[in-house]
Design a protein around this ligand. Sequence first.
Ligand SMILES: [Zn+2]
Length: 415
Amino acid sequence: MQTMWKKLLLLIILFFVTIEWIVPGILLQISQTGNDSQSKDAHYVKTYEQSRHRFLSYEAELKTHWKSVRHISNTIGKTNLSTDVLWADANQKKKNLVILTSGIHGIEGYVGSAMIDLFQKELASRLNPETTGIVYVHAVNPWGMKNFRRYNENNVDLNRNFIPDWNTFSLNSNRNYTELRSFFDSSTPMGNSTLHELGFLGSLAQVAATSGTGKIEKALLTGQYNDSKGVYYGGKKDEASTVFMKNLYEQVVGSDYQNIVHIDLHTGYGPKYQMSIFASSSEKMKQAEAEKAFNYPNVLMPDSKDFYVTSGDNTEYMYWLKKQQHVDKKIYSTTFEFGTMGNDTLSSIQSLKNTIDENRIFWNGSTSSTTKKIVQNRYLQMFYPTESKWRTKAEKDFRQAIKGILENRGVPLTN
Ligand SMILES: [Zn+2]
């Protein structure tokens, strides 16, 4: 009898050790995988400050080809952090303008910064400075970039905040989110990771069974305007960053340049190891046509299966501006999405889980430091992968896509 009790006690201890230590330890290990990046990945930096410092050095570099280069620095709200713009004007005739914007989704700004760095070092000098101008925007959402969050200092997803007119915009447009709200946010701290994983999968299975995963995805991606502590919150008015960027876009669209090409740089969505060009809903080409025209294998057009339209997107705002006063202008504004997770169902569930967990830790913290580390590692890998293979492929895709687009849009690169 005594040995049976001993065995039972041992089993109970083993059970708790597994839940408390072994499983969380394994999860922590996994959350760090892919962490093999070497210093040879020169375009990729670790902090907002390093990124900004390097960005500001382009001003002098640009001046060797462009006579007029302006630096505009805008401190965002009370953050003491800034969005920086370098605007180089064509020397003779203002014909083409190339604008690259980064970090509207904070943490995604590290890859954005790497791609602007690549453009500056490899491609800028191959543009014709007599007829072509450049605008670079570093960290549209500097607080999010510095703090490794997708949202800004007010928990607003800035790429759901570019609403042309808030007076006519319906804040209750996302009914799916409201219905599933209890699943997306929780007001308690996160605890042990083993139990959390099991609990999450349980409630996800329940929601998926009653609502379907499609509804969950729609509820999130399109943005929501009711839950200020929730994920993908689009705000209630223009954020400070949005006011600044709307004004900059007005200057861009209202400038003398007749041919404007805008690329907004993002990470996270789409197939892993294959950047997606995500078109605006105003684009008329079909997917197959666009892929041929840009000589690029993955272009999402309005006719594509996975295409979706979000409210308050900044590239859509660019087209809205064109429609208002500048219908005659040639404007192309698009999103580059460097996929990090993959686009199968399992990856979508993982992305969803990382997004919800990070938001819960941000607002409510965690009773376990291991759980917190796991969640933060996963979030970082989802938007700024450290894996060398991923980073090298991202550079290759960027080169191919931007060359294809510039050529197609009549902005040639010399050899
Ligand atoms: Zn993004």
